[in-house]
Design a protein around this ligand. Structure first.
Ligand code: ADP
Ligand code: MG
Length: 531
């Protein structure tokens, strides 16, 4: 089964052999008495939390993993430190107490539960007192530094080894605690480096901030962490994910999985979303199903991947239209700051400022140009930008559809791929000023010939959907001719020759639609895509 809402562990967890081995090696060093610290770098949703949880599942006692995702508790305040310690206490004692300590509702039930642990009773009195009061403890510089030593003291006393992992660690960079406020990072560093039975793993999606935190000389953590990348899956593993996670009865063929990976790349989250979308399509899983799944997922306002990118976009550009314009420009391809300056009409210093503020969503290339870090997001941005109507067909269409879509987009049509279009008589639906035009694409030169049955089907479908039917012929050289089906000659089926040619498609659509064809309901915004 595909899993898209939670980190994955167990049988659903795939690939990552190299990374699992490195974390395992880290655990070995810890057990040998020389703990190492690890920093995982990777974009959002690439699988950092899953990797940590899976390692924790595989490594048994006496190694205990406590993993905290800082983003689970926004806004980020010093409370996150209490939560971190609470998580450690929970992982160490919960099984024995028969209940989660974190989830206890009030301090009294927490205390009652914790006191039920026989091992807890063996702890020295001051540590017991600290832990019993954990939920209410006032956080000052002094109490915080006592809290930070809890993992080491527990490990020592109870003969355990602990791996404490903090996900989205970069969020702690600006954190302070107590009054007068003391910076948290130096406190963490000085506590952690004395610990012999605890390894620390940090991870984060904000690459530049993370790199700065762990590899910059100015950082209190300089030189303490070993860096590890968590990136996309290799092609073979990505293909395997789609095939192996397939829902029973909805088998994904190798050829289809390969095509999907060529389109969406190897981010496991994107692939899981695609797998889920494919499974929801009530038809054989063929090329048409893949087109439909990709367009529902990505090229659709309410697609799950589109919504994910929409929230990423909101996070990085906020209300800045200049930032959005820069991103849209970069989505079309790598550009130098001077090109951007010209394209979006900004001064060179503001371009530099905006680029810096966009953070990890863009990256600099060796040749001095900038590009979007995520090519799938780049596609989505291109599609969403004005004039982006043909983008889906350039990604998932065949050669003929691509050329026709391009020609239509240049004429100002918006284009929609949908199941109706890809499975019925029409390959594309083109919209302009409320008129819906169904296009059947023929990859052959004139004259075209249709069987009587195929022709009837097209007419019936156009009638039912209220679309104006148009035929597009595409030659091997990529020349597109639009043809008027009303000018077909009926003789053993229907033939269309040069006489049926539409010289000016826009005018033809205007004239034909005003003479009777139905109009689409008015749409809210020009840039909104039809469902
Ligand atoms: N190793 C993996 N195998 C299969 N799917 C994965 C794997 N890693 C991540 N995923 C997919 O990506 C999604 C996000 O993973 P998560 O670990 O929460 O990412 P991160 O912590 O980097 O934001 C999961 O819900 C799952 O769909
Ligand atoms: Mg995570």
């Amino acid at each position: 089964m595909f899993q898209t809402t939670l980190p994955v562990v167990g049988p659903e967890f795939r690939d990552r052999t190299v990374q699992l081995a490195r974390i395992a090696a880290c655990v070995e060093k810890l057990r040998a008495g020389s703990p190492h610290w690890l920093a995982l770098l990777g974009p959002r949703k690439v699988g950092k939390t899953s990797l940590l949880l899976e390692t924790s599942r595989r490594v048994g006692a006496p190694v205990v993993f406590a993993i905290l995702d800082v983003f689970d508790h926004v806004p980020v305040t010093d409370e996150v430190l209490r939560l971190l310690v609470l998580r450690v206490v929970d992982r160490v004692f919960a099984a024995e107490c028969g209940q989660s300590l974190e989830a206890t509702i009030d301090p009294d039930s927490y205390r009652a539960a914790l006191s039920g642990s026989p091992r807890f009773a063996t702890l020295p009195p001051d540590l017991r007192q600290l832990l019993l009061g954990l939920k209410e403890l006032e956080l000052t510089a002094l109490t915080t530094s006592r809290l930070l030593d809890v993992p080491e003291r527990l490990a020592e006393r109870l003969g355990l080894f602990l791996v404490v992992a903090v996900d989205e660690f970069q969020e702690l960079a600006a954190l302070r605690v107590g009054r007068p406020a003391v910076e948290v990072l130096p406190m963490l560093r000085s506590a952690w480096q004395k610990h012999r039975r605890v390894s620390y793993v940090v991870s984060g999606s904000a690459r530049s901030m993370m790199t700065d935190l762990v590899a910059s000389q100015r950082s209190p953590f300089f030189g303490h962490f070993e860096l590890m990348e968590v990136g996309e899956f290799e092609r073979e593993d990505a293909v395997a994910l789609l095939i192996d996670s397939a829902v029973p009865g909805r088998k994904v063929s190798r050829a289809l999985a390969e095509k999907a990976v060529d389109t969406l790349g190897g981010n496991p989250f994107y692939l899981q979303l695609l797998g889920e979308q494919l499974a929801a399509i009530a038809a054989p899983l063929d090329d048409a199903a893949l087109k439909e799944a990709v367009s529902r997922l990505l090229f659709h306002r309410t697609g799950r991947l589109a919504l994910f990118f929409e929230s990423e976009l909101a996070r990085v550009v906020g209300r800045s239209s200049a930032s959005l314009a820069l991103l849209e420009q970069l989505a079309r391809g790598p550009a130098r700051p001077v090109d951007l300056q010209r394209a979006v009409r900004l001064s060179s210093s503001s371009v530099v400022n905006y680029l810096a503020r966009l953070g990890d969503i863009i990256r600099a290339r060796e040749d001095g140009t900038w590009e979007l870090s995520d090519r799938v997001m780049a596609l989505w941005l291109q599609w969403r930008a004005p004039g982006g109507a043909a983008v889906p067909m350039t990604v998932i269409g065949d050669e003929g559809e691509r050329v026709v879509a391009q020609a239509l987009a240049e004429l100002g049509f918006e284009l929609v791929y949908q199941s109706k279009a890809s499975r019925g008589a029409f390959d594309l639906l083109a919209l302009r000023a409320g008129v819906m035009v169904g296009i059947q694409v023929k990859r052959s030169p004139l004259p075209l010939h249709f069987s009587a049955a195929a022709w009837k089907r097209m007419e019936a479908e156009a009638q039912r959907l209220g679309w104006l039917p148009v035929i597009a012929s595409v030659t091997a050289e990529g020349v597109v001719t639009f043809l008027d089906p009303r000018k077909g000659r009926k003789k053993k089926g229907v033939s269309l020759s040069a006489g049926a040619r539409i010289e000016n498609l826009l005018r033809w659509v205007d004239l034909t639609s005003s003479s009777g064809a139905r109009r689409a309901p008015p749409r809210r915004r020009a840039r909104t895509r039809a469902a």
